[in-house]
Design a protein around this ligand. Sequence first.
Ligand SMILES: Nc1ncnc2c1ncn2[C@@H]1O[C@H](COP(=O)(O)OP(=O)(O)OP(=O)(O)O)[C@@H](O)[C@H]1O
Ligand SMILES: [Mg+2]
Length: 311
Amino acid sequence: MYHIEYRPQTWDEVVGHENIVKGLREHLADEKTRVHAYLFSGPRGTGKTTFAKLVAKELGCNEHDVMAINCNITRSVEFMRESIIPSLNYRPLFGSIRFCLFDEFHQATKDAQDALLTPLEEGCPEHTYFAFCSTEPEKIRRTIRSRCAEYKLRPLNNMQIEDLVLWVVESEKLELDQGVIDVVVKEADGIPREALVFLNMVKHCKSAKEATDLIEYGEDTADSDLRAIARELLGAGRWVVVKNAYEKMKDKNPESIRVGLCNYFKKVLVGAGSKKQGELAFFLMSQFLSSMIDNTAEADFVWALYECCRK
Ligand SMILES: Nc1ncnc2c1ncn2[C@@H]1O[C@H](COP(=O)(O)OP(=O)(O)OP(=O)(O)O)[C@@H](O)[C@H]1O
Ligand SMILES: [Mg+2]
């Protein structure tokens, strides 16, 4: 999956956002004045997690000292109080900095967010840093938000997306028609992750037409196990059926199954014949809207599947 393999590992590999990169690096360079909390906001797939990880790296944090918390899953105040806050005082295990990365932080409950205020304000040990990522920063408590250095990641322009696509095309030695590349750039609509997911889909396409069909129709919706899951969720929702179909797809990336399911439900929603069917497709789609990457991807995915069966 290109969008995982080609996550920028250095600032030089980041496409676009020149001013943010420059400002951030200058800010981080001054140990005395740099803040301990960073907020990256922006639409899905625009680089929030990438930036947070680069900040950790720039601070010299060992990757094993990065604690990543997905607030889609763990959002309760108990979790913050019992697991996160006490751990802030521990010394880092591998290096000199501990880094807490909260993904989709706006999903943490109000109380859970408030619980972080004290450590952010005063109780924060010198070696602890925070990064919050969010697609909906306006839902983050103002008190928290005002204590962060906030960076807004906007979609890239088509030229920048093309640069990104060409970087991967060259590294992978793909032989692609310019027409196919143009389709990827256009369909990505400024979102770097989309560009790389689409590129992966169309890398064997011979023409722009073939690429457009594939992207718009969706590769995975042609997959029979995926259809079995989607149909079961739209129907009886028996966990055992869903689970068995999922087991057969184990070697697939959860992210690509997610995108396939999402597209499937989208089609059902658009073509829904009744309010009830529409509502159901809407609910199912909502469970698969957030991307599932990083080390909890599989857990996120199974969680969403099970949640759908409980409907
Ligand atoms: N500015 C960029 N330059 C190069 N690649 C990028 C850039 N932004 C994103 N990408 C690519 O897109 C992928 C997804 O980015 P990332 O996971 O950081 O997005 P995100 O904003 O955290 O998404 P989400 O909202 O789903 O959590 C990266 O792994 C990388 O391949
Ligand atoms: Mg992210």
